[in-house]
Write a new protein. Structure first.
Length: 138
């Protein structure tokens, strides 16, 4: 898998020029978690990037039931294997230490884990108070 290169200097990767009438050359972009090689990946899952409007085809690398990387799909008609910066690195947010994994409710300036019942009750009461009849000019 090719290196992502310096995506700060060149956010869209190395340019791949081509002449009039020529087919746009493929370039498969990919990124794996540190310490993971392609041979370590348990399986690749076909998907599409939804982080911008292009919808580039990509494969998601899975090891031990966790996302460990992505690679562009060369056969994709839209991107020919290229991935933008969001598609190439966005998967890393899934394992961020500060990522929320439980819904929270803020009460008295403190966020606490909540249940679906609590959220529905709060949502229902907020809806009914906002739909209550109001006095003119209120």
């Amino acid at each position: 898998m090719g290196s992502a290169g310096d995506r700060i200097e060149a956010p869209w990767g190395e340019r791949t020029g081509y002449g009039r009438g020529a087919e746009w050359p493929a370039r498969v972009d990919g990124e794996l978690a540190e310490g993971i090689a392609e041979a370590d990946v348990d399986r690749w899952v076909q998907s599409a990037c939804v982080l911008c409007s292009n919808g580039c085809g990509l494969d998601i690398a899975v090891k031990d039931e966790r996302i460990v990387g992505v690679r562009g799909r060369e056969a994709d008609r839209v991107s020919r294997g290229r991935l933008g910066p969001k598609g190439l690195f966005g998967w890393q947010a899934n394992h961020a230490v500060d990522r929320l994994t439980q819904p929270l409710l803020r009460r008295d300036g403190t966020s606490k884990q909540s249940t679906g019942t609590q959220r529905c009750a709060l949502s229902s009461s907020a809806r009914s108070s906002s739909c209550a009849p109001r006095e003119p000019g209120a």
